[in-house]
Write a protein that binds this ligand. Sequence first.
Ligand code: ATP
Length: 452
Amino acid sequence: MDVIVSLAKRRGFVFPSSEIYGGMAGFWDYGPLGVELKNNVKQAWWRHMVTLRDDVVGLDAAIIMHPRVWEASGHVAGFSDPMVDCRNCKLRFRVEDLKGPPAEIACPNCGQRGTLTEPRQFNLMFSTHVGPVAEDASVAYLRPETAQAMFVQFENVATTMRRKLPFGIAQIGRSFRNEITPGNFIFRDRELEQMEMEYFVHPREEDHWFRYWVDERHRWWTDTLGIDADNLRLRPHDPDELSHYSRQTTDIEYRFPIGWSELEGIADRTDFDLKAHAAGSGKRLAIFDEASGEHIVPYVIEPAAGVDRAVLTVLIDGYEEQQLEREKRVVLHIKPALAPIKVAVLPLLRNRPELVERAQRLAADLRPLVAAVYDDTASIGKLYRRQDEIGTPFCITVDVESLEDGAATIRERDTMTQERVGLEHMPQRVADLVAGRAAWEGVAREVAAAAE
Ligand code: ATP
């Protein structure tokens, strides 16, 4: 994990929030490369969950909702972690993280025995005040999950979009949790981003859709995000660990450096939420079922994933240190669609104005099609290493010959193989490679054919 944290900082993926003031636990800022990677992850999710389907629509709800939402949902009473304090060192721990009953074990920090208090509930919601007077009546919460907006807006979405069961509402957005033990870099944050979808189904189809979404979401992690299937596993929850709203839950876990941990949870929330909000608001949250000719309250299957954990997973899973003949190479094997920069244009000599000009012109031609950069601030070997380390799938070197033959050398990140391609065709060629419309092996074949 230290290696990833250091790479993320050094290369502008993730910085500690407010770092010049000493940082703030559980808060992180995504730097220039991090924001691109994060946007690409979110886009990959949205495309898969909304754009390519005709049964799911999107939503972008306010972060602060009516406080009664959180009463009805059970969060005011129950969104809490049992915690113990150490009377000696004053640190606080989640009971879930302790390696035994608090009464029997030593404090994990100071090692003293008999110093841990009885567990107490600690609500994880951040509260704030809405309006000019900080009085109790104006207390509101920053949402601890995005899901509740989909239940509260169920009626509006179903009606305006003329939906029939089954259908889903998806949202990507910030959530806030006053985690007691934030840490492990961006694994457990206090300000986080979630990608959640509530899929409304006929109650009798509950099991079918639950299994469908577990499979579908697992496939997204392997096929779309490119995560090694050996580092992923499905873990069904034991009955005693299910949340109050859930009838069955399966976590998709990743083999993090800290051990197998949750990336995404797929929960069968039944009709718990719609019924709770119907009771809380006095509105009927139901949908007309043509088959039975009656209004029914649908069941809900929810795939809920964390954006930050997805970014962390992509970085960890893609990271490799290779020992080459004379040096070590760090390379980030990430899907071109996720890479912050798709192509870097590098002039072989930076003291040749015509060469620099041609390379900059190529970068400008590439930019409308793919994220491209121009870099001449180091030797070519160093520039390659820099791009390998941030996962850039292609580098193009413009050399003296380019000015004569109108071609340049394009190099692929994983194989480090190179091909000579005409400058005129280069932008479209790179765009096809990045979008997966062309394969790298195909470029080599074409070049060989053209030579003959
Ligand atoms: P955990 O058991 O790790 O606290 P959770 O079961 O409370 O997670 P959910 O409420 O199911 O998590 O949230 C859905 C997803 O949101 C999680 O799978 C995770 O990817 C992400 N997530 C939840 N809490 C955090 C956090 N504090 N920081 C970053 N991501 C989080």
